[in-house]
Ligand binder design. Structure first.
Ligand SMILES: *Cc1c(COP(=O)(O)O)cnc(C)c1O
Length: 494
């Protein structure tokens, strides 16, 4: 199967090339030329399989330049028992009645990013081999908190790779920061950026499109690649858990094949919910795609009006991984909804970078609204939802709470009470202070101590690696102005 660019559909790359490059030179995102399907028989068959087997099978549909043996080996390594703290890998859990929660945070860094970032290094290493690449891949990451850690954990000491992570200095939680600055591995680098996530992401995009830097690095034996969710190797492993959750609901007797399940996803860069859309496009019986935002509600407005407008205040919230005004992966959806009109997509993206705004046509808007529901939840709603579920003996983090809240709004507004799954994207232990406050506890002074405090009041055990953060010494303390990110990269790759 070949891959094209959302800004140039005449391009034809293999999966290995698309994964190796990350982002197309024209600024577009790699997308499969056609989408494979999953029949009822195949979904019934996957119901009998383990998560690892489901992953190898679904990914194999898109990666015909990888053998079944390779994909099974990658899957076993990525989702092994020493990395994930439950054999189900991504279990669904009934929260009450028709409501289920898809827990995506059982991996090594306690956020859903592990689902893709444990797999991406395997795909990338194999892609370097398949394309005969002899340069070292330098992965540049802009992170709103969770991607950076998960990417470093995935790439630490992987041969022929280096990884440099930029995070917004004042935009991540204390635990997230500590996770990053204590990262092990000889090939990793971490630096804070004075600014917000969009500043960090724009800096990384700027470095990617700078030909002079690319040439300089090529001379030193490096090429740049991406582990952000613009990389196809990030999106694909995420398609798997939406299919897998559907199988698990069938196995639990909550649905029979063909029943439509609504999925509600806490959204930032639009990668996770896009994967759900692709699962639906392949034939998984998904109902409404419910896009949940925090106070940064640019996507809610887009889905409701067809106007994408990033000219609005940026809010720092207690769900920092969703504090985003430019959702990069939306470009892939636009490409699809426009029937593969690369010129139109290019035009929208040019308007976005020039004016911060674009408006889609009536036909595309109708398709968008048929597929998606958009809603948002502010800080008070987030806190109330954590408290309400805590009272029901289920501890969730701030991002997950946004999804649970918006799902409720959707049900009230539409009267659709059908089976619904909300995605749980981080362990509550990554955002202890907010979760403690919401549960009515005053957090003690030191943020690392919050982990033990939350364990004591909730009776829920903290993930082992988070508990181990206590007493770890930081390895990195760099800070840069956003205009100087280039220098950091050039220094890192001396
Ligand atoms: C990254 C992240 C999100 C947003 O996911 P996108 O794929 O960027 O939309 C939501 N919650 C958590 C905890 C995250 O780390």
């Amino acid at each position: 199967m070949k891959y094209l660019s959302t800004r140039d559909k005449s391009l034809r790359l293999t999966a290995a090339e698309a994964i190796k490059m990350g982002l197309s030179r024209d600024g577009g995102l790699f997308t499969p030329v056609e989408f494979p399907t999953l029949s009822e028989q195949e979904i019934q068959m996957l119901c009998q399989k383990t998560y690892q087997q489901r992953a190898a099978y679904v990914m194999g549909k898109f990666l015909d330049d990888f053998s079944d043996e390779e994909l099974s080996a990658f899957s076993d390594a990525a989702y092994s028992a020493d990395k994930f703290d439950t054999p189900d890998v991504a279990p669904v859990r009934q929260v009450g009645g028709q409501t289920w929660c898809l827990e995506l945070w059982h991996g090594p860094t306690s956020a859903f990013k592990d689902m893709a970032l444990q797999m991406l290094p395997q795909l990338l290493s194999a892609s370097l081999r398949k394309t005969g690449e002899d340069k070292t891949a330098c992965i540049l990451v802009a992170t709103s908190g969770d991607t950076g850690k998960a990417a470093m954990e995935g790439f630490a000491d992987v041969p022929q790779t280096k990884i440099m992570v930029f995070y917004p200095r004042d935009g991540v939680s204390e635990i997230q920061k500590l996770q990053m600055v204590t990262q092990r591995g000889d090939n990793v680098g971490v630096c804070a950026v004075v600014g917000n996530f969009d500043d960090a992401q724009n800096g990384v995009k700027r470095i990617f499109s700078d030909t002079a830097i690319r040439e300089e690095l090529a001379g030193r034996g490096y090429f740049l690649s991406s582990a952000n969710s613009i990389n196809w190797g990030r999106i694909l492993p995420q398609v798997v858990y939406y299919v897998s959750a559907y199988c698990d609901l069938m196995n639990a007797g909550a649905i029979v094949y063909g029943d439509r399940v609504n999925y509600c996803v806490p959204t930032g860069n639009f990668g996770n919910i896009l994967a759900c859309y692709y699962a639906k496009k392949m034939g998984t019986p998904v109902g409404k795609l419910i896009c949940a935002s925090n106070r940064n509600d640019v996507l809610t407005d887009f889905i409701r009006t067809g106007v994408y407008d990033r000219n609005r205040p940026f809010h720092t919230t207690m769900s920092p991984s969703m504090d985003i005004l430019i959702s990069s992966n939306l470009e892939r959806l636009l490409f699809d909804l426009s029937g593969g009109n690369d010129a139109l997509v290019r035009g929208y993206m040019e308007q976005l970078s020039r004016t911060g705004r674009y408006e889609i046509g009536a036909g595309m808007k109708a398709k968008l609204q048929d597929l998606f529901y958009g809603g948002f939840c502010g800080e008070a709603g987030t806190t109330d939802t954590i408290a309400a579920l805590y009272a029901d003996h289920y501890l969730i983090d701030t991002h997950t709470a946004v999804a649970a809240n918006v799902l409720q709004q959707y049900r009230v507004e539409t009267g659709d009470e059908g089976v619904a799954v909300f995605a749980s994207t981080a362990s509550p232990y990554k955002f202890c202070d907010s979760v403690l406050e919401a549960s009515g506890e005053a957090p003690v002074s030191d943020s690392v101590e919050h982990i033990a405090q939350l364990e004591a009041v909730s009776g829920v055990k903290a993930p082992r690696r988070l508990a181990e953060l206590k007493g770890k010494q930081p390895r990195f303390d760099g800070v840069t102005e956003k205009e100087k990110m280039e220098d950091i990269v050039l220094n890192f790759l001396r």
